[in-house]
Design a protein around this ligand. Structure first.
Ligand SMILES: NC(=O)C1=CN([C@@H]2O[C@H](COP(=O)(O)OP(=O)(O)OC[C@H]3O[C@@H](n4cnc5c(N)ncnc54)[C@H](OP(=O)(O)O)[C@@H]3O)[C@@H](O)[C@H]2O)C=CC1
Ligand SMILES: Nc1nc(=O)c2c([nH]1)NC[C@@H]1CN(c3ccc(C(=O)N[C@@H](CCC(=O)O)C(=O)O)cc3)C=[N+]21
Length: 296
């Protein structure tokens, strides 16, 4: 029988971890603060931001949101990030995806101070990931790893296929899972034939953001499937990359969309904000996540 890997229980456990960490903070301390640069017109950002607002409120974190539409040039956005870098009320900065053409987006992410760079996009943090040193692993990649740990899905010695190679999901996961001794195939738009990578894998993680590319008959019955994508189908319903209805009785395990990785990502972001906060204030991080660095 297929195991349905829902995210709610793990998200709830993470919420409690955050709540307890915050409860024990010295009341004289500043509130942990997150700043986000978003593009409200982008659907993925919109869905994410709605959940971030809800959870920062529930935990009592400070949230600052700016929209790219209000900034005329890349230089204006860089200046905004600089003010956040120097603002003591902001401990974590997230530049959301798809704000700008790729090269400009990447340049902008390099202006985030490494110790506030919870998406691990600064070159120094990406370098640390390559070197298998403590760093901010991009939030979604961390969420995938935490979901695998929660459901005790083994990775060492396993064949893992990753679909999509963005800097926040596919690429960092490929590096981290390689460090964890998985054998990784990182597939992308130029992969001429996905089928052999789909029918040989023990674990498939899809983050293409494309409905209709994957078909059930290509996928190994013994595989665990993690669906990262949040697409809208033709009826405007939130769906993943995998044809869920065809697979939910066929494979070893699968995450649903919604209700799978999404809620875990949102709460992992909250944890990363507290991790950055803890590192900047020299707090004991045993209860959040030790795997980071103070960015210096
Ligand atoms: N649930 C969650 O917690 C999260 C969900 N998401 C969702 O996951 C999806 C991916 O996000 P993100 O990583 O930011 O997306 P990007 O668009 O940045 O990256 C998608 C990747 O998939 C590749 N790709 C696209 N189409 C195909 C195809 N037909 N065959 C093979 N490769 C393909 C792209 O290649 P190329 O660059 O050449 O186009 C790119 O490498 C989105 O739906 C997003 O909303 C993202 C983060 C968190
Ligand atoms: N720098 C950056 N990092 C990201 O991680 C990032 C990003 N940019 N840009 C946008 C995408 C998209 N994304 C989602 C996260 C959670 C849900 C989520 O909570 N989904 C709920 C659905 C909630 C609902 O139904 O409204 C679920 O799947 O159950 C969705 C989408 C993160 N992204």
């Amino acid at each position: 029988m297929t195991q349905i890997l829902t995210g709610e229980r793990l998200a709830q456990a993470k919420f409690l971890t955050c709540k307890n960490f915050i409860k024990d903070l010295d009341p004289e301390f500043k509130k942990p603060g997150l700043a986000i640069l978003t593009n409200r017109k982008e659907k993925g950002n919109q869905v994410y931001l709605k959940q971030i607002k809800k959870q920062t409120q529930a935990l009592g974190l400070a949230l600052t949101v700016a929209d790219v539409a209000d900034y005329a040039t890349l230089a204006d956005m860089e200046a905004l990030i600089e003010t956040w870098n120097y603002d003591d009320n902001i401990h974590a900065i997230q530049v959301q995806s798809h704000l700008l053409p790729t090269s400009e987006q990447y340049a902008l992410q390099q202006t985030v101070a490494p110790q506030k760079d919870i998406e691990g996009q600064h070159a120094i943090n990406q370098g640390r990931l390559n070197l298998n040193q403590p760093t901010f692993l991009p939030v979604t990649a961390q969420a995938v790893l935490d979901l695998l740990t929660f459901y005790q899905v083994p990775v060492r010695g396993k064949q893992v296929t990753i679909l999509g190679m963005s800097f926040i999901v596919g690429l960092p996961l490929a590096i981290k899972l390689s460090h964890l001794d998985a054998t990784v195939s990182l597939c992308h738009r130029e992969t001429s034939n996905l089928t052999p990578y789909l029918n040989q894998a023990d674990l498939i993680i899809s983050a293409m953001g494309q409905v209709g590319v994957l078909s059930a008959e290509d996928i190994s019955k013994a595989a665990v499937l993690i669906d990262v994508a949040t697409n809208l189908d033709s009826d405007g319903k939130l769906v993943g990359d995998f044809p869920y209805a065809d697979l939910k009785d066929q494979v070893k395990a699968i995450t649903p969309v919604p209700g799978g990785l999404g809620p875990v990502t949102v709460m992992t972001l909250m944890e990363s904000v507290l991790q950055a906060y803890g590192l900047q204030n020299n707090l004991n991080l045993d209860r959040i996540r030790k795997e980071a660095d103070n960015g210096r």
